[in-house]
Design a protein around this ligand. Structure first.
Ligand code: FES
Ligand SMILES: [Fe+2]
Length: 390
């Protein structure tokens, strides 16, 4: 176990003993308009979601050459495919003949992508390699009719993509020290147990719920809150990305155990929050919840792609039942509890009850997140975000 892990658990244990939590220097006001204004929303989605690298898929969804994942993100049809060389590339999922959607959203494996309209075919590098009845069609320059590529990089078990064609990014710069932190999760070697899409409230209301421990005992007493200590947060930041550490209920056992005998990660719960819309939550040791929050067409809605990961494929009836129970628990915690509250907030945002929301000192990750949203909105597209801080 690393010295960093020990020190992390020491910090959590100190908070537990002292009944404290990491805090921001002060409370923070946030105008409710930031959640409501459609023009502001459109500008933020454009600047933040369309021009920053987004983790669109998990490496484990594309396990071998020819594995692909197609999805639509903010009305951008994206096709990610692993080539024979092992490299994942991303394209607009649109045929270069007359614009048919090349393959339906979903994940599968294929040798070639053949368009459902007139059967133009593309390989894993997006190259146009065959055209149905090409003699009668006439000349087409294959070199200029490949699929439109999107900048794409695979790091730390995730596939990062820019939604804007022609825009490049440096994934190492984007992640900074967060990459090494994500690497400790070894995400690429987990297995997908279940995946589903949940409708939820607006982007900011939804994200807010992923960024604090303050609500845990109140909202999740019968689900994930059974395992974690409410209102105890240890926070580490990596530029706009954050690692939230919650204490598990078993943390107190460490009080009477020598550090040399600690198995520290059994006593905390780590949440890796990738700006702007990714949450990787290790709720129980061998199960993990990955949430991709996808803004809707208006400020009022999102969808969340929930991926339930298992460290080892369940085989025995008891293992399968444990994974099914975990999946059902997080579904209830997120859909019924978090999004139940969130949809209620969303419905009352324009009631006039609040001109501002207040983020507590015990909600520092929430404060950071909104500061980073504001920071990105002030920058030009070519900004070097690693220069800044919160
Ligand atoms: S639109 Fe794809 S082959 Fe015609
Ligand atoms: Fe929650």
């Amino acid at each position: 176990m690393s010295a960093e892990t020990i020190s992390l658990v020491r910090r959590a244990l100190t908070h537990y003993r002292d009944n404290t939590t990491d805090q921001a220097p002060g409370t923070m006001q946030m105008p409710v308009d930031a959640y409501l204004d459609p023009n502001r929303y459109a500008a933020e989605v454009e600047r933040i979601f369309k021009h920053l690298p987004l983790a669109l898929a998990l490496s484990l969804e594309l396990p071998e050459p020819g594995s692909y994942r197609a999805l639509t993100m903010l009305e951008v049809p994206v096709l990610m495919v692993r080539g024979e060389d092992g490299v994942v590339r991303a394209f607009l999922n649109v045929c270069r003949h007359r614009g048919a959607k090349l393959c339906p959203d979903g994940a599968d494996k294929t040798r070639l992508f053949s368009c459902p309209y007139h059967a133009w075919s593309y390989n894993h590098r997006g190259e146009l390699v065959a055209r149905y009845a090409q003699e009668s069609f006439g000349e087409v320059d294959a070199a200029t009719h490949g699929l439109t590529e999107l900048a794409c990089a695979e790091r730390s078990g995730l596939i990062w993509v820019s939604l804007t064609p022609g825009e490049q990014f440096d994934v190492d710069q984007w992640l900074g020290d967060f990459a090494a932190e994500l690497d400790t999760l070894d995400l690429a070697n987990w297995h997908l147990f279940e995946q589903r899409v949940l409708p939820g409230p607006g982007w900011k209301v939804t994200m807010d719920g992923y960024l604090e421990a303050y609500h845990h005992n109140v909202v999740h007493g019968r689900t994930v809150g059974q395992h974690t200590i409410g209102n105890l947060l240890v926070l580490d930041t990596y530029g706009p990305h954050q690692r939230l550490t919650f204490g598990r209920k078993t943390l107190s056992e460490l009080e009477d155990t020598p550090e040399s005998e600690w198995n520290p990660l059994e006593h905390v719960r780590l949440i890796h929050s990738g700006f702007p819309n990714l949450s990787i939550s290790g709720i129980l040791g061998d199960h993990c919840l990955v949430s991709h929050i996808i803004p809707g067409p208006t400020p009022e809605t999102t969808t969340t792609r929930q991926s339930i990961l298992v460290a080892k494929r369940p085989e025995t009836p008891a293992e399968i039942a444990a994974s099914e129970n975990f999946s059902a628990m997080v579904l209830q915690a997120v859909q019924d509890e978090d999004y139940g509250i969130g949809l209620g907030i969303q419905a009352c945002l324009d009631s006039g009850a609040n001109r501002d929301f207040v983020f507590g000192r015990n909600e520092p990750a929430l404060q950071n997140y909104h500061k980073w949203v504001a920071w990105f909105m002030k920058q030009q597209a070519d900004v070097n975000w690693s220069d800044s801080g919160t």
